[in-house]
Design a binder for this molecule. Structure first.
Ligand SMILES: C[S@@+](CC[C@H](N)C(=O)[O-])C[C@H]1O[C@@H](n2cnc3c(N)ncnc32)[C@H](O)[C@@H]1O
Length: 206
């Protein structure tokens, strides 16, 4: 059994520049930016770089994060870049009660912060806000990352178990998270943490 990383921990991390706040989208999302259309939700959007990459391609983008400071910075960036995007302070564990619906949900580093029980709740919420056939793009730490710094590691069997039933795993790729240079040395011995990039679709009904 594992606990979720607490809101206070994230609030403190945004007092400075957190390791993941890299001034651009993570590479797998940058590659997807030109390939999608419609309404997109970025769950745990931080300061918005992945969301804004899709907004720049004309998608209707909403980003949510439960840290207000991160959302204020995301709104500032959108304004500075002349991009239309909606950024809301919202807990991703409340998605199941939301009436908004999206063609795509993206997650860069949120899934892996949840404990076992919250993970189930979160995935149910993502399923709820996705339209049938909608796409979920998930990037999370993989169990190929050595050491214990950073969030919990996720194995392929865990992903397959989590997304059995009402999901189809379209692809599961090895990749790595880009982190800020100071954090790379301090926490990961200079080696970018290994990650999964998972493409999922929601089946028609649950
Ligand atoms: C590792 S960071 C990644 C941020 C961003 N996606 C990126 O790639 O730069 C995880 C983010 O999830 C947010 N978060 C964690 N738990 C959350 C929750 N229950 N609801 C909404 N946001 C949450 C944190 O505040 C943090 O901004």
């Amino acid at each position: 059994m594992s606990d979720s990383i607490k809101r206070e921990t994230f609030e403190q991390s945004y007092d400075e520049r957190p390791p993941w706040d890299i001034d651009g989208p993570q590479e797998p999302f940058r590659k997807m930016c030109t390939q999608l259309r419609g309404k997109l939700l970025d769950a745990g959007c931080g300061t918005g770089e992945n969301a804004l990459c899709f907004a720049a391609q004309g998608l209707t983008v909403t980003g949510i994060d439960f840290v207000e400071r991160a959302i204020l910075r995301a709104r500032e960036k959108a304004k500075e870049r002349g991009l239309a995007a909606t950024f809301l302070v919202k807990d991703a564990l409340t998605l199941a009660t939301w009436d908004q619906r999206f063609d795509t949900v993206i997650d860069s580093g949120l899934f892996h912060v949840f404990g076992d029980a919250e993970r189930v709740r979160y995935v149910e919420g993502v399923h709820t806000v996705l339209r049938p056939g909608g796409i979920f793009l998930l990037m999370c730490f993989s169990d190929r990352t050595p050491g214990t710094n950073g969030p919990r590691r996720i194995s392929q069997p865990e992903l397959e178990a989590t997304f059995s039933g009402s999901w189809v795993i379209k692809s599961l790729e090895h990749t790595a998270f880009e982190v800020r240079a100071d954090a790379l040395e301090k926490y990961f011995d200079g080696v970018p943490p290994k990650a999964w990039f998972v493409t999922l679709t929601k089946t028609a009904s649950k």
